[in-house]
Design a protein around this ligand. Sequence first.
Ligand SMILES: Cc1cc2nc3c(=O)[nH]c(=O)nc-3n(C[C@H](O)[C@H](O)[C@H](O)COP(=O)(O)OP(=O)(O)OC[C@H]3O[C@@H](n4cnc5c(N)ncnc54)[C@H](O)[C@@H]3O)c2cc1C
Length: 390
Amino acid sequence: MDFSFTGEQNRFRQEVSNFLEEEIRQGLWEPTCDAWIQTYNTEFTKRVAQRGWIGITWPKEYGGQGRSYIDRLILTEEMLRYGAPAACHWFADRQIGGSIVTFGTEEQKKEVLPRILKGEAYIGLGMSETEAGCDLASLQTRAVEDGDEYVIDGQKTWTSGGSFVNYFYLLARTDPQAPKHRGISEFIIPADLPGISRIPMIDITGTDAWNDVFYDGVRVSKGCLIGEKNRGFLQALHQLDYERSGMERLMGNYSLFEALLHFVKETKCNGKPLSHDGLIRNKLAQLEIEFEVGRLLIYRVALVMDEGRAPNIEAAMSKAYATAFEQRLANTSMEILGPYGQLVAGSKYVSIAGLAAHSYLGSKGYSLQAGSSEILKNILASRGLGLPSQ
Ligand SMILES: Cc1cc2nc3c(=O)[nH]c(=O)nc-3n(C[C@H](O)[C@H](O)[C@H](O)COP(=O)(O)OP(=O)(O)OC[C@H]3O[C@@H](n4cnc5c(N)ncnc54)[C@H](O)[C@@H]3O)c2cc1C
């Protein structure tokens, strides 16, 4: 077993890192927590696209570079390490573009993929509904055929990027008579169609990164259907493995980790540097152990993907582990900062730019989004350990 990167991979990491450092040096943006999902910057996404860093694993015939998932993970790791504002292209690059490559029509491949690669197509994920979260197959949004079109009615909740995306990926019921997992289809639809309205869901951190999206008699062409009608749930399971596979949840708050280390090195308490406090040193060292274990789990997911397999059990394990790690990171930062940890960005006495408070509040949702930890552990229990399904 060889855990080292090739020379080419090390050079690629350095190239991405140099690009991001230069962006920060020029003051084009500031690192933030959860930037991959909450911070959108169309110009940044276009600059990333110009470098050819969107869709790098897609086949060359569709404009990708056929590179490995390990390469993509190196790119992802650097984007997250610097807290880069990548929300515009994240979902298209991570999962929906790949779904279109696998299941999409030639027309979709010609129309949507080039727009993703140019950094112009921003796709939000419209799966969950108020009565269909973990039990996604219970979703009620309908898409009814009418001539050359489908007519969509329903409500989605927690749609990522709801306020800025220009496409929605949508799961809708196309056969209400079929068993619930079998009558669902996938769509990719322009976000500005008549009948679509969005209401930001301002969450506990104050972000509008997610929206409730309402579909009221929305007419879409049949060309918006991805893959086979009524097979959408199976296709979506494939895509969800990719959603859970990434580094996002392990490193989404890396800016906080770095800021905390800096704070501990720079701050004195009762005349003594915090970095000399045994308890604090122990807590930070423990986080470092957990972080490195998490990296190994996630690199394993990328290796499985490079073998051409869907990373089902591996992704469930890494996502359950990584969200728990991020919650511990947030908790530890509150313990070390004490009452100062509760102050938000802009407060007079705030430490480390309010990253701790943001992370602590946001971390409650990490183990729900993209599959709750309980569901992921159910997957591990049944498919990983062979225990009977419930
Ligand atoms: C920050 C955030 C971002 C999100 N982004 C998106 C997005 O971009 N697009 C999108 O479509 N959705 C998104 N979601 C929605 C997310 O996928 C759902 O919240 C999730 O699937 C859980 O559904 P629910 O909230 O309805 O909880 P419920 O399904 O009501 O579950 C409630 C609790 O019960 C537990 N539970 C449920 N069923 C079982 C079971 N069988 N066994 C054991 N425990 C169980 C769950 O783990 C959970 O703790 C997001 C959610 C959050 C919090």
